[in-house]
Design a protein around this ligand. Structure first.
Ligand SMILES: NC(=O)c1ccc[n+]([C@@H]2O[C@H](COP(=O)([O-])OP(=O)(O)OC[C@H]3O[C@@H](n4cnc5c(N)ncnc54)[C@H](O)[C@@H]3O)[C@@H](O)[C@H]2O)c1
Ligand SMILES: O=C[C@H](O)CS(=O)(=O)O
Length: 483
């Protein structure tokens, strides 16, 4: 079960539709387990198509009044929600560590990060500007206004169960939209706890509706087929993103897709090696390697390869793996046995093709695999082309700048990328050449509410956060006014 919370009613084992906390129509439930221990934490309603339809109806019913509120009124409610999330950050973090496994310090960091999107878009709500256009006609005036797109659906992943939802609900509500949300079945309690605090903040019933269950295809099928849902925002794998895009075509839904990544991390021979090691540790092992912007391939220029490998290995060996509630633990469990199997598959493939495991890679039981460094990695290995999504640092040597850029760009993905260099000419050449939506230069962490988060190629469509993030929840309307 969950650790003792200051506010126990944050844990809800029901979904919320139209302001009512509900069980599934059938009464069916699905278990939610602690990935560190395998223990059942509780259950959630196993909902499906019928409940999703009702959630869409509730969001549609709530939309006119929510959109009619002034931007200032919506901003005030979002700010109150932000304040409540921060006031209950310890409880929200404990709920997250219990269901997702990340160390408590990382979970608390995610709560602060998630709340920052609510705070950011509380401010952005009041900066949705239109425009006037110099008219070519003496008897007409041209004006552009922006209006909320309407009912939006959101489908979110398990790896950042608070922040990925906040990054969607924040701009949607700020713009005047209402939401139907399907959180990942592995981590529903974080989303439900956010809904408890949204209620307490005074956000009206039906503005945020959360449908839970393991039948993602049924819930998502209703969301994508419904003409009432004007937009779908999805964060998850590219594979599922493609499917949802296809399913949304019949209703020409506006889409925001934050999909898979396969970030290159390049260390040039002119880099500050200690800084590069610190950056690699963050970019690779944050959330136990389970982030979409994790360094999936680490390219090191030949002259500094051995020194970098030695320094990084020492840092990896110092990581403390365990239950996220234990003090000092820096890497928790993977989310489930499927994730464990993928990491083991990538390790075995790398060794079979000539790689060397320098440290880690032991499956110690359950969902725990010790953080690993593999050297002698070649582009032919799965580790070089597939998203590992686990604590596995593959080190790939390269000779020239041009080779590094070619290798870095040789995937279908283009979300994040990173490189370390102190040569200003190289910094500009490489930053402009990398095929990615985000480039970390001499840093392993780029994510913040103030900046546009998103990818190119098959890592997605659109941007979340920044002054751009709210545009995806607005429609532009041109008024041509005869006078
Ligand atoms: N770009 C980003 O911001 C970002 C952030 C987090 C995770 N991701 C990506 O997500 C993947 C890992 O997360 P995951 O395992 O939860 O991804 P996933 O695609 O398996 O699941 C994501 C969400 O989609 C739902 N889903 C799955 N199949 C569905 C279907 N047929 N119809 C409707 N919904 C469906 C899941 O229940 C979950 O809520 C990785 O590829 C990672 O890179 C990307
Ligand atoms: O996993 C993807 C998230 O977007 C990670 S981040 O915390 O936003 O970098």
């Amino acid at each position: 079960m969950f650790p003792t919370l200051k506010k126990p009613d944050l844990v809800r084992q029901q979904a919320i539709i139209g302001g009512a906390w509900l069980d599934a129509d059938s009464g069916a439930t699905a278990d939610v387990t602690d990935p560190a221990t395998g223990a059942v934490l509780g259950t959630i309603p196993a909902m499906g198509a019928a409940e999703t339809e009702r959630a869409i109806e509730a969001a549609a019913a709530a939309f006119p009044a929510w959109a009619a509120k002034s931007a200032k009124e919506r901003a005030a409610l979002l700010r109150r929600w932000n304040d409540l999330m921060l006031a209950h950050a310890d409880d929200l973090a404990a709920i997250m560590t219990a269901e997702q496994g990340k160390p408590l310090t990382e979970a608390r960091g995610e709560i602060v990060y998630g709340a920052s999107f609510i705070e950011w878009f509380a401010d952005e709500a009041r900066r949705v500007y239109g425009e006037t256009i110099p008219s070519p006609w003496a008897d007409k005036r041209l004006v552009v206004i922006k209006q909320p797109i309407g009912v939006c659906a959101a489908i979110t992943p398990w790896n950042f169960p608070n922040a990925m939802l906040a990054r969607k609900v924040g701009p949607a509500l700020a713009a005047g939209c209402t939401m139907v949300v399907k959180p990942a079945a592995q981590t529903p309690y974080s989303a439900l706890a956010m809904a408890v605090l949204a209620e307490e903040a005074g956000i009206p019933a039906g503005v945020i509706n959360i449908v839970t269950g393991t039948d993602a295809a049924a819930i998502g099928g209703v969301m994508t087929a419904s003409p009432v849902v004007k937009k779908l925002t999805f964060t998850g794998s590219t594979q599922v993103g493609r499917l949802l895009m296809r399913q949304s075509a019949d209703t020409i839904k506006k889409l925001s897709l934050e999909l898979g990544g396969n970030a290159p991390f390049i260390v040039f021979d002119d880099a500050d090696l200690d800084a590069a090691v610190e950056g690699a540790m963050i970019a690779k092992f944050r959330n136990n390697g389970q982030t979409c912007v994790c360094a999936n391939r680490i390219y090191v220029q030949q002259p500094v390869y051995d020194a970098f490998a030695e320094k990084l290995t020492a840092k990896v060996k110092a990581l403390k793996m365990g239950n996220g509630f234990e003090a000092g633990v820096t890497v928790g469990p993977l989310i489930d046995e499927k994730a464990v199997a993928k990491v083991k598959e990538h390790l075995a493939d790398a060794v079979a093709k000539g790689g060397t495991i320098v440290t880690g890679g032991e499956h110690t039981g359950g969902n725990f695999i010790t953080p690993a460094v593999v050297t002698g990695v070649s582009p032919a290995m799965k580790i070089s082309t597939e998203e590992t999504f686990g604590p596995l640092a593959p080190l790939i040597p390269f000779e020239t700048e041009a080779e590094a850029i070619r290798l870095a760009n040789a995937t279908e993905f283009g979300l994040a990328s990173y490189f370390y260099s102190r040569d200003i000419g190289r910094v500009w050449r490489v930053a402009e050449a990398l095929e990615a939506g985000m480039v970390g230069i001499n840093t392993g962490l780029v994510s913040t509410a103030e900046a546009p988060f998103g990818g190119v190629k098959q890592s997605g469509l659109g941007r979340e956060g920044s002054r751009h993030g709210i545009e995806d929840y607005l429609e532009m309307k041109y008024l041509c006014m005869g006078i």
